[in-house]
Structures are given as structure tokens and as C-alpha cells.
Design a protein around this ligand. Structure first.
Ligand code: HEC
Ligand code: HEC
Length: 275
């Protein structure tokens, strides 16, 4: 035990700086970008009538591809949203703040301007909110420096992947990520530690645990090394997330590494600024 502690200390000294920085990045407040908020507002207030892509439904017309509406200035769109169109079935959204309405218009401009939105299986902005929120992907994965570091950085992961490749991993990581199984070691004094292998040779093994710290062991002092059957990546996303949410996450990963603004606090999505 004492020996193990000493090794651990050395490793902390070596990796301490990086770990501390990463932890700070992980704990920084993760507010969604303004456009992501506009997207969430559009989904909850407008999509039921105008469709999630704005191209119209049974209850309301297309407001994405119709040129008369594309040509309206932002101020007119804001007024239509605030006041509605009485007698025509378009409700007034005067309970939304002026900033919220601007966000909705910004997102509507994206739906109007970027054809690629409709090629994605879902909504990348909603996916961004899920990634850092409810789905907790960011507790293990990083995108543009925000998030956890126990698993792969996913910033550029999705650019060259198909939707179904990404869907397979999210819904069945045990099957599609054979190399991601964690290891559990048991020391001679019975202590159990689970993490990802970072280095492994005939005499030594080092493991990174979920909190980001490295643990270094001499194999001679271990009772057991056990490769876990299950991936560290949660295996139940197909029951905790619905199809739409999974499609939104896929769309986020397919889009995020493609460019866009790199200002801190801004979305990194390819079409983060309306054209
Ligand atoms: C209950 C259904 C409903 C909801 C919810 C709704 N709309 Fe509408 N919207 C309509 C209908 C119906 C029209 C067509 C009105 C008309 O015929 O002039 C319309 C028209 C519009 C127009 C076009 C006006 C024009 O000049 O033709 C815009 C822009 C618009 N809606 C934006 C939005 C936005 C943004 C939201 C969410 C904040 C939203 N709508 C929510 C039903 C809805
Ligand atoms: C508890 C930690 C954890 C969480 C939470 C998690 N993952 Fe993972 N994920 C992993 C591990 C471990 C791997 C295996 C390879 C590695 O180290 O990246 C992995 C691999 C992946 C890969 C493949 C990466 C590659 O390089 O092959 C994708 C894509 C992925 N995860 C997406 C997601 C998404 C999307 C979410 C949220 C819905 C999520 N993960 C949540 C731990 C996690």
C-alpha cells in the first residue's frame, strides 16, 4: 500500500498540472450558445406547427424556404412572433423576452440558409444541449476543450462518419467499441481500482480513473488484473434517450468539428452564424 502511494504521488506530480487544468475546464459553467437556446425555443414553441425544420406542417405554412419570408427583415419577423397574426392561427409569443425572440429568429435564419441542416438526421443545436446536459456525454468526452478526458475527444470524430456508425456506438457500445473495456485491478491488500489502461508492460501497469488521476502499479504487487466485460461508456442510452434525442446527438457530432466560430462560449457548429 505504501509503495503504491509513493508511485501514485510521483505520477500526480507528473500529470498534476494537466489534470488540474482539465478539471477546471470540466467544471466551468456550460451555458449553451445563444443559437442553441434559439434552437431549443424553436423546438418547443414553433416546431409543433411549422415543423422542426420550419418547412411547414398541417397547421402552419413553410417559413424556411419561402422567399417572401426569407426576405423579411429581422425586425418584421420579431414583430410577427411577438404579436402573432390574429385570426390566422399564428399565436402571439409576447411572453418570450426580446432576447429569446432574437434567438428564435437567428435559428430560423439558419433553417432558411443552410441546406445541410435537413441532411442531418436531427437537430445539431438540440444535440449540443444534450451532449453537455441531460445525456452527460461531456462527463467523459471533450469537444473543443470542454468536457471530460477519460474518453476520446470527439471534436472531429463525426466529420467522416455516417449517422449509422455513430448511432451504433451510442446505442450499443459493448458491441461496437471492443477496445474500450476498462480494467479492474485488485491490490494485495484487497483494494479495487477501475479505470482505463494507459500503459501496460510485463512489469508495470498504469490506469487512469474517472476523476482523471493516474495510478501506477508494479504487477508483482497486484493480486488480480481483470478486464471488464462492459465498456465504460453507458450501455443504456437507447432506453434513457428517445430516437429524436439520439438523432440530435448524432447531428451534433457530425457537424461540430466542421468549422464555425472558435470564440469561447459560442457554438462551434459549422453554421453557427446565420447567413
Ligand atoms: C399554433 C400553431 C403555430 C405556432 C405554435 C406558431 N405558428 Fe407561426 N404561423 C402559424 C400559422 C397558421 C401561420 C400562417 C398565418 C397566415 O396565414 O398569415 C403562421 C405564420 C408564421 C410566419 C409567417 C408570417 C407571414 O408573413 O406569412 C412566421 C415567420 C411564423 N409563423 C413564425 C413562427 C415562429 C417563429 C413560431 C414560434 C415562436 C411560430 N410561428 C409558432 C401557426 C403557428
Ligand atoms: C462514463 C463515460 C462515458 C460517457 C458518459 C459517454 N462515453 Fe462515449 N466513450 C466512453 C469510452 C470509455 C469510450 C471508448 C474509447 C475512448 O476511450 O474514447 C467511448 C467511445 C465513444 C465513441 C467512439 C470514439 C472513438 O474514438 O472510437 C463515441 C462516438 C462516443 N463515445 C460517443 C458518446 C456520446 C454521444 C455520449 C453521450 C450520449 C457518450 N459517448 C457518453 C465513455 C463514455
Amino acid at each position: 500500500m505504501l509503495r503504491w502511494c509513493r508511485f501514485r504521488l510521483v505520477f500526480f506530480m507528473a500529470f498534476g498540472m494537466a489534470s488540474a487544468n482539465q478539471l477546471r475546464a470540466q467544471k466551468a459553467p456550460e451555458s449553451p450558445s445563444p443559437t442553441a437556446q434559439g434552437s431549443a425555443l424553436f423546438v418547443s414553441n414553433c416546431a409543433a406547427c411549422h415543423g422542426s425544420d420550419g418547412r411547414g406542417g398541417e397547421r402552419a405554412p413553410d417559413i424556411a424556404t419561402v422567399s417572401e419570408i426569407q426576405d423579411l427583415p429581422n425586425s418584421d419577423l420579431e414583430e410577427i412572433i411577438r404579436n402573432g397574426i390574429s385570426g390566422a392561427g399564428m399565436p402571439a409569443f409576447n411572453s418570450l423576452s426580446p432576447e429569446d425572440i432574437k434567438g428564435v429568429v437567428a435559428y430560423l435564419r439558419i433553417l432558411q440558409g443552410m441546406g445541410s441542416v435537413s441532411k442531418l438526421p436531427g437537430n445539431p443545436y438540440a444535440g449540443e444541449v444534450l451532449f453537455f446536459g441531460k445525456a452527460r456525454c461531456s462527463s467523459c468526452h471533450m469537444v473543443y476543450g470542454k468536457g471530460g478526458f477519460i474518453a476520446a475527444d470527439l471534436t472531429h470524430y463525426g466529420i467522416d462518419k455516417t449517422a449509422s456508425q455513430i448511432r451504433n456506438i451510442i446505442t450499443d457500445p459493448d458491441e461496437y467499441l471492443p477496445s474500450s473495456r476498462p480494467v479492474t485491478i485488485v491490490t494485495r491488500d484487497g483494494q479495487k481500482i477501475t479505470g482505463m489502461i494507459r500503459n501496460n508492460d510485463n512489469f508495470n501497469i498504469s490506469i487512469q480513473t474517472m476523476d482523471g488521476s493516474f495510478h501506477f502499479f508494479q504487477k508483482a504487487y497486484l493480486k488480480q488484473i481483470h478486464f471488464d466485460y462492459h465498456s465504460l461508456m453507458p450501455g443504456n442510452y437507447s432506453s434513457t434517450l428517445n430516437d429524436r434525442e439520439i438523432n440530435d446527438l448524432i447531428s451534433y457530432l457530425m457537424n461540430v468539428g466542421g468549422g464555425g466560430t472558435h470564440d469561447p462560449g459560442q457554438s462551434h457548429l459549422k453554421f453557427s452564424e446565420p447567413r
